[in-house]
Design a protein around this ligand. Structure first.
Ligand code: NAP
Length: 517
């Protein structure tokens, strides 16, 4: 079955036999996609000309209600989505929950934010400045949504959350979306959009199934490109002539060598030691490590390093790798044979400086190794002074590396060697160290999570992205910013200085929401 794209307000199939989507556990083909012959220019024009005005004509509250309706619809058909995630991504129930529940919760969060922002359609900042001696001539700043389309290009690991997390923020801002899921796992995105087209205003969301080659050749000056994927693809997209020429907003969420630090004050008997062991084992197993936020580098005090290795090893040894249809399976396959090869190659490169302290059984339960794409769980240990590659190469699978350190300051310096990451977490009860860590880690991280005993049980895991908090990171991680409550809406709005009479400014202010993004 060739899955059509939803462009220009209708379902339209690409030409040719297309590319296969497979079940990564059975190797069986599920469907095919093709974008050959599709008119990307016309699709973007339709989004800008039909979807844009319709959304901009709605208040924040009305856009929020639209997001709420999408969330309800998706929430009501959960079983279908879990089945798709199982067959096309090889997701266990827990893996799929992160993607699917993450999508629904994020939509709900932005639906509630829309209600809170109320009946206005644009924003004006509080306060203002007198510009000359005349107090009647003043300046304020206001925010309006861009009149282009939001082009969302997503990675394979979160077909649901990736699509709806980005779309929620753009739609609440009043900007129509043209979304392109990664081909290999695009079934879930397709099924979800098919279910909600009836409640979307025409042109509000379009879906491109298949290769995005040529999509950015149709980008316009007021469009917004939000890309999630590898740094390599980001580099090649950013350097396209059309991007250089039109200079659209371009948000990148790319690779990340996230670190998690066990504080120097934490001994093997501390409650936080156990929390760290549990959480870091989950980091490796959940979604087979295919999370952009996975803790790849575990920085631990040298005196407890061996105990920690043994404790995480014990957890990983208890894991069951195999067919995600089985309830006892805790490690599913990576999404394709190609990814399986790429992850193994990356692990081999890491092993030029690190040694393997745990490698799970390579034979999957209830699956055929020849056709499936499993990668056993790996725990590496690296004590080399020149561990460069550990701080530079993301093995996008079930693999983390333990790096022992001597002093708290060393741990912070090691974390910074990631060169810009989405998240760094630290587990410590040393209050002075947490303040130092927040300051020292901030400039190279989009999110810092500092866990002490008081939140040992209540915090969200290292890799969980909450819509209230920013997602994105500087440097290697791409330099992007998404979510973060209303902060994510900045990408889809232009801030403009208004210089005018007090009366005119008052008139503008009376029709806008007093707010700043
Ligand atoms: P990828 O190979 O870079 O692909 C990402 C997306 O770009 C896919 O949808 C891909 O489509 C599309 N693409 C490739 N070339 C294109 C072109 N010329 N024009 C338009 N679109 C194009 O990355 P991936 O393998 O899907 O994802 C894994 C990577 O994503 C990892 O490195 C991971 O760290 C990163 N990631 C980062 C975050 C974050 O938030 N920072 C989140 C998730 C994943 P096709 O499928 O058609 O090739």
């Amino acid at each position: 079955m060739l899955l059509p794209s939803y462009l220009g307000g209708r379902w339209v199939a690409g030409e040719g036999s297309g590319t296969a989507l497979n079940d990564p556990c059975t190797g069986l083909e599920i469907a095919r996609v093709s974008a050959d012959g599709l008119d990307f220019g016309a699709a973007l024009t339709y989004a800008r000309d039909v979807g844009g005005p319709a959304l901009r004509d709605m208040s924040f509250a009305a856009r929020g209600r639209l997001l709420g309706a999408i969330a309800s619809r998706l929430g009501a058909a959960r079983d279908v989505w879990y089945r798709s995630a199982l067959s096309n991504s090889g997701s266990t129930r827990a893996d799929a929950a992160m993607d699917i529940e993450g999508a629904v919760q994020t939509l709900r969060y932005y639906a509630a934010l829309g209600e809170k922002l109320g009946e206005s359609k644009f924003m004006v900042e509080a306060g203002g400045d007198q510009l000359t001696r005349d107090p009647g001539f003043q300046s304020v700043h206001f925010w309006t949504p861009v009149n282009g389309a939001a082009i969302h290009i997503n990675a394979f690991n979160f077909p649901a959350w990736g699509m709806w997390g980005k779309a929620a923020v753009a739609l609440l801002s009043g900007v129509p979306v043209v979304t392109k899921p990664a081909v290999s796992t695009s079934l879930l995105a397709w099924e979800m959009l098919r279910d909600v087209t009836g409640i979307l205003p025409a042109g509000a969301v379009s879906l491109l199934m298949g290769s995005g080659q040529g999509l950015l050749a149709a980008v316009g000056r007021e469009d917004v490109v939000a890309f999630t994927g590898s740094a390599q693809t980001a580099r090649s997209l950013r350097s396209q002539d059309r991007i250089q020429d039109q200079n659209p907003r371009f948000n990148v969420e790319a690779d990340s060598l996230n670190a998690s630090i066990l504080g120097p004050d934490i001994g093997v008997d501390s409650a936080l030691f156990k929390v760290f062991v549990d959480e870091m084992s989950r980091e490796i197993l959940l979604k087979a490590g295919q999370k952009c936020t996975t803790a790849r580098r575990l920085l631990v005090p040298r005196p407890v390093a061996d105990s920690l290795v043994q404790a995480i090893k014990a957890k990983l040894e208890a894991a069951v790798m195999g067919n995600p249809r089985r309830a006892d399976v805790t490690l599913g396959p990576v999404v394709t044979k190609q990814q399986q090869r790429a992850v193994q190659e990356s692990i081999d490169k890491l092993c030029t400086v690190a040694r393997i302290v745990h490698r799970g059984d390579a034979t999957p339960v209830d699956a055929d190794s020849d056709v499936s794409s499993f990668v056993p769980a790996h725990l590496l240990h690296c004590d080399a002074a020149d561990a460069g590659v550990v701080h530079e190469l993301e093995a996008f699978g079930p693999c983390s590396t333990i790096l022992p350190y001597d002093r708290g300051d060393d741990a912070i310096s090691l974390a910074r060697l990631g060169g810009g990451s989405l998240v760094c977490s630290m587990f410590t009860n040393d209050a002075a160290l947490t303040v130092k860590a927040a300051q020292a880690l901030g400039s190279l991280h989009g999110r810092v999570m500092l866990v002490d005993d008081s939140i040992a049980k209540s915090h969200t895991d290292h890799s969980i992205v909450m819509p209230q908090s920013l997602h994105g990171g500087p440097g290697r991680a791409g330099g992007g910013e998404e979510l973060g409550g209303s902060r994510g809406m900045r990408l889809y709005h232009q801030r403009t200085a208004l210089q005018s009479s007090v009366a005119t400014i008052a008139a503008v202010r009376s029709s806008a929401l007093e707010y700043s993004l």
